[in-house]
Write a new protein. Structure first.
Lengths: 524, 406
């Protein structure tokens, strides 16, 4: 099977395929080396004369909308993941496509979740050829086992926008799940029974797709205000009884960790930020929704209060904890990329300082700037980090592809990127000689905070200097690695890979930074 | 010949950092099966480890199964030793993991014992990172935290933990069982650099002396020279009334602790937040400990979610004269240390005394004086301890003398 692919070595020494899913690829050339040329793509010109003058674009069902959109074999169907594991729409979309006898579709979600496991049958029966998007849970496992026909193409949130605007991915039909919409297609995520906050991940789809279908369970009379998605980009509107399961939309990811070790790591991270002099009046930070990131925000908040320091803006993943900071006056703004709980949703409705953003404003590498590099400090997770500070978020040390990239790669451009991670999980060390999959180059990763100490990238002599004498447990990364290898009884064996790729990892500029190969079954 | 299957290790779902083993004796050559969640990464070394352990234990026949959920090698070794000794009680060989260098540090009589973190002896997962939270001591518990059927397993696990895990300077304590079982526990501890033995339910000097003698015998047999210290726990009306006798029972006693759950049950009442029912007992214990020149240690605070309550409870313990408090969760350690930290006034006074003592020493004077007041040696010693505590809690820098702020 490997003769299907021809490989080249990219700038970080990784073997990457020249052609993926029928498209020629550019190998990664270095962090800021690749220069794009040409123009962005544009959707076809339409005439309002072809749309109802009364603005009513409602069609009776998803199937009707797909037929109206001219669905046919080989098309690209996109969706956003603001409903996370509570999405009820995409399974219906592909069931409808199957009923229409359509084959060889490409699904282009911003992310897929365990709730999308039923879609496996459409990969098996040929309705879907392959998926390009973050694959969490059963779809990730399916792909890891080499069962999907095409390759998984993993992109960051910013990379997905870049791929669409640069014409790497042409969306034929965009499905925009909307908690509230009017019959014209204006839509918002900040209200309605399935409220999810904002719809930023679907914005690019609405702007560039040939055909845009808004699906809602909360139809309001025109105008739907605010209109996060504008009806001028929308072809048809479908009204269902229920588009999502609210309790899974705003999911359990926002629970603060109870693990004493993770809390310790979070506290240490906040202390580092303070000691490094980052926590100053007018600073900015980004916190995610993982338990450790949430705890970090809480510790940082206490330190900010104690020091009388206020942030100018906080990038979210908004949660109750960031909302509290906003409402207590500890930050002027929340620039929100996705809303993780109901407090976040409420705040987005009520607080003018809680602003919705998109991967264009925040993360797009092929734009005239973005917010990512303006943030003073960002805390992110990782499955593995190597002694050169390269990090992995998509595969585990045993080679299984289990996670998407999210905004992770985009956030690495922050002025200080910190990965607070446990030094080992069960028996598996997190610091390794070489990451299984290289998703983030070490030159962008500044600090690793573990329960066994803090490692600062030697490229950041400024941070090493600023935290000298701080009393924090700052140690060389090799020393922490040696301690953990000793604890777990020696560094682990490596999985053996076949020469058969199952996916590729794109860098933020659309080049290919690494390949995920299928693991060889272990012979006992 | 019995063919029953023996097992060891946790049962149920969601096991992490631990493993389950089973063994059935039989006449056929030994059959080893290894299933592991981390097979891809540790499969080969696991097989070598299992084969090696069974070899050492002299097992050449029967069926052995390991179900591993990411256990560390010393845990797997302890589980194997447990199951084989359950199946063959006459096997005497011990499977001892290598004694790590970081397990060889010592302690002192005066070691701070503000916080001591209880860790159930049969739950290795909780032990792995216990030291990073910097308690003054970790207690590997063989007594109440371990169900009766797991006492054997806990001994092997605790022994192996003492030989393997870095507790980062925390005093290495073990709470033994009551009575003869407790005396038998000592063979699994004393040769492995245990620092301090907590003796439960003590009601007489004889109980402490029995431990003392047993420890002395093992030390002699194993050439251990560093002392093993004791912390008797008083948990009954009789124990409290014998507090002084117990405190003075051994030269190796360094602290006396109170266990209020059992004490209140013993005197026929229940614990309350105000704690009036235990005021006498706690005060008695503090006085006995002081009379014997050792530390007084308060009971555990059992509501891990009540940070305010914990801090109040420590303040009260400190006011009563206690030097430390038990913890059942790592997040309790920092609040305890903060609450036991000396106040600004205490520190300022201590600084003056220490500086005066320094000057007296430099001038070769035998007597320390502050202004026109003579300072007794115990007061100087106490002041030095206050300063050490203040430095340790991060209130004043270690080089406070150079900053001219005294």
């Amino acid at each position: 099977m490997s003769d299907k692919y021809e490989f080249v070595e990219n700038a970080v020494g990784r073997r990457v395929p020249k052609i993926v899913n029928g498209k020629a690829q550019t190998p990664f050339q270095g962090v800021a080396k690749y220069k794009p040329t040409g123009n962005r793509v544009a959707p076809p010109i339409r005439s309002c004369n072809d749309y109802p003058l009364d603005g009513n674009k409602i069609v009776p069902s998803i199937k009707d909308a797909l037929v109206k959109a001219g669905i046919r074999d080989g098309m690209v169907i996109s969706s956003h993941h603001h409903f996370r594991n509570g999405d009820l729409i995409m399974n219906q979309v592909f069931d409808a496509a199957a009923e229409l006898g359509v084959k060889e579709l490409m699904w282009f979600p911003s992310a897929a979740f365990p709730c999308h496991a039923p879609i496996i049958k459409h990969l098996d029966n040929g309705v879907i050829h392959h998926i390009e998007g973050s694959l969490n849970g059963p779809l990730g496992k399916y792909t890891s086992e080499g069962k999907m026909r095409g390759l998984a193409v993993l992109r960051s949130h910013g990379g997905r926008w870049q791929a669409v605007q640069d014409g790497e991915v042409h969306i034929d039909i965009a499905i925009i799940a909307a908690p509230t919409a009017d019959s014209f297609g204006n839509a918002t995520g900040d209200r309605g029974p399935s409220a999810c906050g904002l719809l930023g991940f679907g914005l690019v789809d609405s702007l560039y797709a040939d055909n845009v279908i808004v699906v809602t369970d909360n139809l309001v009379p025109f105008p739907c205000i605010p209109w996060q998605i504008q009806g001028q980009n929308v072809d048809s509107v479908v009204v269902l009884d229920k588009v999502g399961e609210p309790e899974k939309i705003v999911s359990g990811t926002t629970a603060i960790t109870k693990s004493p070790d993770r809390l310790y790591i979070a506290e240490l991270t906040a202390k580092f930020v303070r000691a490094a002099g980052i926590m100053q009046d007018g600073f900015s930070f980004q916190g995610g929704a993982g338990g450790t990131s949430l705890a970090f925000a809480i510790y940082l908040k206490e330190m900010m209060k104690a020091a009388g320091v206020k942030a100018r803006f906080v990038r979210g993943g908004s949660t109750k904890y960031l909302v509290e900071m906003l409402e207590e006056g500890l930050t002027d703004y929340i620039l929100d990329g996705q809303t993780f709980d109901l407090d976040g949703v409420r705040s987005m409705r009520e607080n003018p300082g809680h602003v919705n953003t998109s991967p264009f404003t925040s993360y797009n590498w092929h734009g005239k700037g973005n917010f990512a590099s303006m943030v003073d400090v960002v805390v992110l997770g990782a499955t593995e980090v190597d002694v050169n500070f390269n990090a992995n978020v998509v595969t585990h040390s045993d080679g299984q592809m289990l996670h998407g990239i999210g905004g992770w790669q985009n956030c690495l451009f922050s002025k200080c990127t910190i990965l607070p991670i446990p030094a080992f999980r069960d028996r598996i060390p997190v610091i390794v000689d070489e990451v299984t999959t290289l998703v983030g180059p070490g030159e962008l990763i500044d600090v690793i905070v573990t329960e066994r100490g803090i490692a600062i990238n030697p490229l950041r002599q400024d941070l090493l200097g600023a935290t000298k004498g701080s009393g924090l447990p700052i140690r060389p990364i090799e020393e922490i690695k040696a301690e953990i290898d000793d604890l777990v009884g020696g560094a682990p064996e490596k999985p053996e890979f076949t020469d058969e790729p199952i996916g590729i990892v794109k860098w933020v500029d659309g080049t290919v930074i690494d390949t995920i190969f299928k693991v060889k079954p272990k012979v006992s | 010949m019995s063919k029953s299957i023996f097992t060891a290790g946790p049962t149920g779902e969601k096991i992490r950092s631990d493993c389950r083993v089973s063994y059935q004796s039989g006449s056929k050559p030994l059959n080893i099966q290894v299933n592991s969640k981390v097979d891809v990464l540790f499969g080969n070394s696991l097989k070598i480890l299992v084969t090696d352990c069974l070899n050492q234990l002299g097992i050449t026949s029967g069926d052995f199964v390991l179900d591993d959920f990411g256990a560390l090698p010393w845990v797997i070794q302890a589980r194997i030793e447990t199951v084989i000794k359950r199946a063959k009680p006459d096997v005497a060989t011990e499977i001892l993991p290598e004694m790590k260098k970081h397990c060889l540090y010592g302690t002192t009589r005066e070691h701070f014992r503000r916080s001591r973190l209880y860790l159930p002896g049969n739950q290795p997962k909780l032990m792995l990172n216990a030291g990073i939270h910097k308690p003054d001591g970790v207690i590997l518990d063989l007594e109440d935290a371990v169900p009766p059927g797991e006492k054997d397993a806990a001994r092997y696990l605790v022994r192996n933990a003492l030989r393997t895990l870095d507790f980062f300077g925390a005093e290495r304590m073990v709470r033994i069982n009551q009575g003869q079982r407790g005396l038998d526990d000592l063979a699994f501890l004393v040769p492995h650099n245990v620092h301090l033995i907590l003796i439960p339910k003590v009601e007489s000097a004889a109980q402490v002396k029995a431990v003392d003698e047993q420890v002395a015998a093992i030390m002699k047999a194993t050439d251990r020279t560093e002392p093993v210290y004791f912390m008797p726990i008083l948990e009954s009306g009789r124990g409290i009334l014998k507090a002084l006798e117990v405190a003075e029972a051994s030269p190796h006693n360094v602290a006396l602790a109170i266990g209020l759950e059992d004490y209140t049950a013993d005197i026929g009442t229940q614990r309350t937040v105000e704690g009036r029912e235990s005021f006498f007992a706690r005060s008695m214990l503090v006085n006995a400990a002081r009379a014997a020149g050792i530390q007084a240690i308060d009971t555990v605070f059992s509501d891990v979610n009540d940070d305010t309550g914990l801090r109040q409870s420590v303040q009260e313990a400190k006011a009563m004269g206690f030097d430390g408090k038990g913890c059942i969760h790592p997040r309790q350690i920092q609040p305890i240390h903060e609450a036991f930290a000396p106040t600004t006034e205490e520190i300022e006074k201590a600084k003056k005394i220490v500086v005066a003592a320094d000057e007296a020493e430099q001038q070769g004077l035998g007597v320390v004086a502050l202004g026109s007041k003579m300072i007794d040696p115990p007061v100087v010693k106490r002041a030095m301890r206050t300063i050490k505590l203040a430095i340790d809690t991060g209130i004043i820098p270690a080089n406070w003398r150079q900053e001219g702020n005294h």
